[in-house]
Ligand binder design. Structure first.
Ligand SMILES: C[S@@+](CC[C@H](N)C(=O)[O-])C[C@H]1O[C@@H](n2cnc3c(N)ncnc32)[C@H](O)[C@@H]1O
Ligand code: SF4
Length: 417
């Protein structure tokens, strides 16, 4: 499984050097020079833990959640206090877990970050369908949230049952969303569940847009080894047909493809925390990506608190990129947005894209994975399928291994991928 990713990485980075994550970090995180910096805050609490879900999460407990938020505030000032001037940040996203469970304290976290940053493109936050009510939505708006993402997974009882999720009434969500509007209302779905058809998914997407969403994220089900999920993944051919069918449906409805798995129904609706050139992450399991490094915080809530309470950063591992590794990482996440603008690459690395990856982009065009229009490379339907297919390998080869270890060990000595 990981052979494909290892070979591709070796070819694209022109090196056999693996990604080596070490248990070390910079005391002062060098983010001051980063352009287009995104912010991310992880709140790991959920009322019920879903067996298929790989994220860093814990059962909700009010006192524990409060103590955790106190630590988050301290981490923000610990990391950002190094610079006096306010810096621009493109966006702030709250992910989890279920951050809406901490609704009463979101405003405090936003204010703490606004002491250090001017946030220019809005604030996003994830909710479980149970959190979608007028009171919670109003409090989130009051705190400055402009985009929400709701974990629907499916409107079909059969698929909610397969995932072990409770049924809910879409009408209840619709009423709350009409009463408290947001700039982006995104809804998450999982596809490629056993027995799922294109008709099931089209009905889900149509319902989402009819009850108040203007953006949908349709994630392929990923069977992470460490979750112990009993959901059987779908075969490759069936999955490809399904992905192509839903993509064609969304295109025929004139929904705009924002990224490999997301579509929007209105201009400007977007929800993405990962497609940033640089980002700073706060909270357990949060990652930070800068020009020369990628670091990940501990996955243990207890160890996270212990570190912060002794004014120490909760970093578990740091990867120091070679230039080629960083270029590969940059292209992987830019391509996720379905287009690559060589100008952006050159601005970031100071080298023309053509000089470094001219052959690869020529090949991508020859193989029908991309087209070139006005100097920008755009992914085709075929390219999107293969990206999606490769992403599955990448997730299983890299993320599954790394998160599996980090869930067992708070501070492993090293992880080599
Ligand atoms: C943090 S949750 C969203 C908010 C909230 N906790 C909830 O579940 O409604 C993030 C999203 O990841 C997706 N997800 C979780 N586990 C997945 C898996 N094994 N494969 C694919 N997508 C998954 C789900 O669509 C989920 O909505
Ligand atoms: S899917 Fe959402 S509610 Fe379920 S465990 Fe994951 S983060 Fe929590």
């Amino acid at each position: 499984m990981s052979c494909l990713t290892t070979l591709t990485r070796a070819f694209l980075t022109r090196s056999l050097r693996p990604f080596r994550f070490l248990n070390e970090y910079d005391e002062a995180i060098p983010f001051a020079e980063s352009r287009r910096l995104g912010l991310y805050v992880h709140i790991p609490f959920c009322r019920q833990l879903c067996s298929f879900c790989p994220y860093c999460k814990e059962l909700y407990d009010e006192a524990l959640c409060d103590a955790y938020i106190d630590c988050l505030l301290r981490e923000i000032h610990l990391v950002c206090g190094q610079t006096q001037e306010k810096k621009q940040a493109t966006s702030l996203y709250f992910g989890g877990g279920t951050p809406a469970l901490a609704v009463q304290r979101i405003g405090e976290i936003v204010s703490a970050l606004q002491e250090h940053f001017i946030i220019t493109e809005g604030i996003g936050l994830e909710l479980h369908p149970d959190n979608v009510n007028v009171e919670t939505l109003s409090a989130l708006r009051e705190a400055g949230v402009t985009k929400i993402s709701i974990g629907i997974q499916s409107f079909g009882d059969k698929f909610l049952g397969i995932l072990g999720r409770k049924r809910f009434d879409p009408e209840r969500l619709s009423a709350a969303l009409r009463a408290v509007p947001f700039e982006t209302v995104s809804m998450d779905f999982i596809f490629a569940l056993p027995g799922q058809t294109a008709e099931d998914l089209k009905a889900d997407i149509a319902t989402a847009f009819s009850i108040g969403a203007n953006h949908v994220a349709i994630y392929p089900f990923i069977d992470f080894a460490f979750t112990g999920s009993t959901v059987k993944p779908m075969g490759k051919q069936e999955k490809r047909r399904l992905l192509d069918d839903i993509t064609r449906y969304c295109v025929s409805m004139e929904y705009r493809r924002e990224s490999i798995w997301t579509f929007s129904a209105t201009p400007g609706a977007c929800y993405s925390s990962m497609t940033r050139e640089n980002f700073l992450g706060f909270g357990c399991s949060a990652t930070t990506l800068l020009k020369n490094q990628f670091k990940v915080n501990t996955f243990s809530v207890a160890e996270y608190r212990r570190r912060i309470e002794s004014d120490t950063l909760p970093t578990s591992l740091t990867l120091r990129f070679t230039t080629r590794q960083r270029m590969l990482y940059y292209l992987f996440w830019t391509a996720y947005g379905t287009e690559v603008d060589p100008k952006g690459f050159e601005e970031f690395f100071g080298v023309p894209l053509n000089k470094v990856y001219g052959f690869e982009f020529w090949l991508a065009k020859r193989l029908g994975f991309a087209t070139e229009e006005h100097g920008i490379f755009r992914m085709t339907l075929k390219g999107a399928f293969y990206y999606h297919y490769y992403e599955n390998y990448y997730t299983l080869a890299y993320i599954d291994k790394m998160w599996g270890i980090l869930r067992r060990e708070a501070f492993p000595k090293e992880i080599v991928l």
